[in-house]
Design a protein around this ligand. Structure first.
Ligand SMILES: CC(C)(COP(=O)(O)OP(=O)(O)OC[C@H]1O[C@@H](n2cnc3c(N)ncnc32)[C@H](O)[C@@H]1OP(=O)(O)O)[C@@H](O)C(=O)NCCC(=O)NCCS
Length: 162
């Protein structure tokens, strides 16, 4: 597969998106839940993002059989200190069965082009240092820079997937 097609996410994509997350298997808890339990909240998120296309861009990569093989989600954040906009990429996931065939790069390139069209100052995301994507320099190869002086803080209301 050379060039996966990128399109906006639709409600019906919630199930294949949930399946991809389960295939990747980062959470034992999620993998024990029913597909419906995993996909229902995703449906709500797709609906939210597609109703506010100015604020969010949720996209999927599809193969030649129109199967969803990956997805990403970016939120366009008005950033006062920058006097501009930052795109926060919250999710980048490709089915392991379709990995290494360009879907992840195609999703990120699409986001980079969208940010440029919108006149954004920069894009931002987090990448677990123990993940293969970090170790193989997925984002660095695409021109992204790791920030040496910035710590990534989170405040948890709930531990995700604990
Ligand atoms: C990271 C991820 C999105 C890459 O998607 P992909 O479709 O396999 O990526 P591509 O085929 O476009 O590009 C692969 C390139 O990235 C590197 N790479 C990224 N992730 C990799 C992985 N898990 N295993 C091996 N190589 C990986 C490869 O070195 C390859 O580089 P090359 O083109 O120089 O050979 C996918 O592996 C994934 O969903 N991983 C789990 C979730 C994750 O880590 N997301 C990113 C952090 S938020």
């Amino acid at each position: 597969m050379e060039n996966p097609t990128i399109r906006e996410a639709e409600i019906k994509d919630a199930v294949p998106m949930a399946e991809i997350l389960r295939e990747i298997g980062w959470s034992e808890k999620r993998n024990k839940m029913s597909l419906n339990e995993v996909s229902k909240p995703i449906e709500e998120l797709i609906e939210h993002c597609s109703k506010d296309a100015k604020g969010h861009t949720m996209i999927v990569a599809i193969d030649e059989k129109s199967k969803v093989i990956g997805f990403t989600n970016v939120h366009w954040v008005p950033f006062i200190m920058l006097g501009s906009w930052e795109g926060y990429v919250s999710d980048v996931f490709v089915s392991p069965q379709a990995g290494g065939q360009g879907a992840g790069s195609a999703l990120i390139k699409h986001v980079m082009q969208e940010g440029e069209k919108r006149g954004c100052m920069r894009l931002m995301l987090t990448n677990g240092k123990e993940k293969p994507s970090y170790k193989t320099g997925f984002y660095k190869k695409m021109g992204w820079t790791e920030r040496p002086k910035v710590a990534n803080f989170v405040y948890y209301y709930k531990e995700p997937w604990s």
